[in-house]
Design a protein around this ligand. Structure first.
Ligand SMILES: NC(=O)c1ccc[n+]([C@@H]2O[C@H](COP(=O)([O-])OP(=O)(O)OC[C@H]3O[C@@H](n4cnc5c(N)ncnc54)[C@H](O)[C@@H]3O)[C@@H](O)[C@H]2O)c1
Length: 630
């Protein structure tokens, strides 16, 4: 299938993200005394010419006259020009190569610099229309070929008119000289390309603004086959999500809207229409009603650790993938546990409180070093095992107990039972997960099994400790000090009061569930969750997805990828494959992963098929969602 239209692309700030003459100025002026001033003059001439304020030929010659250019400088730029490709051009190399016979590169720039890019795009040398530099015998640039219309004002339209092209002619570029091609009647349409540089005057006269090649293809009705413009995928991020996430998602080409606060159910129902990806933290509830109203939603990113605020089953039933950032605050919790252990060992908190009340109480009694003491870690998962490493580095001996088989790190020793651990540890630190059976895991009997004076930490979940029994164990001296970051009942907001039998006890440190709350953790969460969403949108990768089967996938290469999420019911795969083969698709690879409720099948296929034929896949019984990646 060949294109009906001829697509003509400008070069500087369109196919590449640089302006040739400015890049050459950087190379040629290195070490030059007036480099800054000359460079500024070159940039100003480029801008004024691109905005249509001065004659192009005049600006070109003035800039060349300002620069001490040689053949070596030109070759240096040509050598690295392939690294300067505009991101969306790089993404669409296949489109250029498939349609090179209908593509022309039209530029006031220089052949030596543009030729490597033309070759990469598959565009033949005779379809590269540009200027030729003239050199003297010593290789110094003396000017441009004056006979070539492209070295003069209105050269681009003159050259295109002279070609006598048939069929629609479409000009794509960022500058005024590109707009002129249509204004002079040499092109039928002009798309202002603004991925690299946006000029109001140019956009004002364009038929459309294309912020990427994907948008251009969309505007030209070519999207279905090669690409879908990412900027048409809308992301709504609530609750003041970290700027690192916003930056990453925007950089990847998606349209991101951010709101500072959370939205209540009804507000979210209003706002969710047309949104493809929703980003939240812990205060927004994604209920079944919200999901019902979400007509375009593909994924929810929880920029936090927990996902209780999301109806995961209702999301899975609609093929909406949910991601979170489970391990991004591990280190923060571990560091606090280490700090609290030292603080407890030295009774720092009570001593400090006494000082604030004007009492000086210098004494070594009861103060201990960490070194040589035994730390008992209950729950040797992400946090527990990392604590093990840091504690050993500080000279502690580590024993641990976990229900699952876990690899002991360093010299840590595994204990077969909780009681065995409690009998040996000087410090007991809890890092178990919040499963229901862990309620009151540590109560009166467990405190009784500890050595007298044991220090006790809980930074895991509130309900795993019987705090009444802990208060008694502290009173009796069985527990010599405790640090708690989590509680069976925690206030919902900072305005609500906090109460606990542990308030006011000696050598007891209480913190308001801040173990994982650091700026570093917030940033790590932002990056992790954003990467997961991008992996899903760009590749269909569901690694770490909390409600759909996890499949790790490489980039789509050489073909198209069909993503099909369905209810896990008999016959879906058979019907799907029947339809794929009826559509004449050549399958390059296929993955299937299911859980109890849902199946996820990924099929990579050759590009040569009728896109319309794929629509039938949506009708396969049990289909929850169908998506095509290019
Ligand atoms: N204080 C905070 O701000 C904060 C921050 C992050 C995580 N957490 C909590 O810390 C805990 C640990 O987090 P993680 O990321 O290490 O979780 P994880 O799932 O990686 O590890 C939990 C480990 O505990 C083990 N376990 C569960 N029940 C057990 C039991 N009864 N006895 C022995 N082992 C048991 C599991 O087998 C697993 O290895 C979780 O409860 C989490 O909610 C708290």
């Amino acid at each position: 299938m060949t294109l009906a239209q001829t697509l003509i692309f400008d070069f500087d700030s369109t196919l590449v993200r640089i302006e040739t003459l400015e890049a050459l100025a950087d190379i040629a002026l290195e070490g030059h005394a007036d480099a800054v001033a000359i460079r500024a003059e070159v940039a100003s001439l480029t801008d004024r010419a691109m905005a249509g304020e001065i004659d192009f030929g005049e600006a070109l010659r003035a800039r060349l006259a300002l620069l001490p250019l040689t053949r070596t400088h030109i070759e240096a730029l040509a050598d690295r020009i392939l690294d300067e490709g505009t991101p969306s051009v790089r993404r669409n190399l296949r489109f250029f190569n498939d349609n090179a016979g209908r593509i022309i590169i039209l530029s006031g720039g220089f052949r030596e610099v543009i030729a490597p890019v033309a070759q990469r795009l598959g565009v033949a040398p005779d379809r590269l229309l540009c200027n030729d530099l003239c050199y003297d015998a010593d290789g110094r640039v003396t000017g441009v070929d004056d006979v070539n219309p492209l070295s003069h004002a209105n050269g681009k339209s003159a050259v295109i008119k002279a070609l006598g092209l048939t069929g629609p002619v479409v000009m794509v570029g960022d500058g005024w000289t590109d707009a002129e091609v249509k204004l002079a009647g040499a092109a039928d349409r002009f798309h202002a390309f603004t991925e690299i540089a946006r000029r109001d005057a140019v956009v004002a006269v364009a038929d459309s603004e294309a912020r990427s090649i994907d948008e251009l293809l969309y505007a030209e009705g070519l999207a279905g086959r090669w690409s879908y413009p990412r900027s048409r995928i809308r992301m709504l991020l609530l609750e003041n999500i970290h700027p690192a996430a916003v930056e990453r998602l925007e950089e990847a080409g998606y349209s991101v809207e951010t709101l500072k606060g959370a939205l209540d159910e009804n507000e979210l129902i209003q706002k969710i229409k047309g949104v493809h990806v929703l980003g939240i933290r812990s205060k927004t509830n994604v209920t079944e009603r919200v999901l019902e109203a979400a007509d375009r939603l593909m994924a929810v990113a929880a920029f936090c650790i927990g996902t209780n605020q999301i109806d995961l089953d209702a999301a899975a039933a609609r093929g909406v993938a949910v991601f979170n950032a489970p391990y991004s605050n591990t280190r923060s919790v571990v560091e606090l546990a280490v700090g609290l252990t030292i603080t407890l060992m030295r009774d720092v908190v009570d001593k400090s409180a006494a000082m604030h009340q004007g009492r000086w109480n210098k004494s070594a009694e009861g103060s201990r070093e960490l070194r040589g003491k035994t730390l008992g870690i209950v729950g040797y998962g992400a946090i527990g095992s990392q604590l093990s490493v840091l504690a050993e580095a500080l000279g502690m001996r580590v024993v641990f107990h976990d229900l699952s088989e876990r690899l002991a790190l360093g010299n840590a020793r595994r204990m077969r039972s909780l009681d065995a651990l409690l009998a040996e540890a000087d410090v007991v630190s809890l890092h178990v997960d919040g499963r229901r059976e862990n309620a009151n895991l540590i109560g009166a009997a467990q405190f009784q099994a500890m050595k007298p004076g044991t220090l006790f930490l809980n930074l895991s979940r509130g309900h795993v400790v019987d705090v009444g029994a802990l208060a008694q164990a502290i009173g009796s001296g069985r527990v010599g000090g405790a640090a708690l970051d989590v509680f069976p009942e925690e206030p919902r907001t900072n305005a609500d009061p906090f109460d606990s039998p542990l308030r006011g006890l000696k050598n007891v440190i209480l913190t308001p569930h801040i173990g994982g709350s650091t700026e570093e953790a917030q940033e790590a969460i932002a990056e992790f969750a954003a990467e997961r969403v991008l992996g899903y949108l760009n590749r269909g990768d569901t690694t770490f997805c909390v409600n759909l089967p996890n499949v790790q996938l490489a980039e789509v290469s050489g073909g198209h990828r069909i993503l099909h999420i369905h209810r896990n019911q008999p016959g879906v795969m058979a019907e799907l494959n029947r339809e794929l083969s009826a559509a004449g698709l050549n399958i390059l690879g296929q993955h299937l992963k299911t859980d109890e409720a849902t199946g996820y099948v990924i099929t990579d296929v050759d590009r040569d098929y009728d896109p319309q034929a794929l629509r039938v896949l949506k009708t396969v019984a049990g289909t929850l969602r169908f998506r095509l990646l290019h």
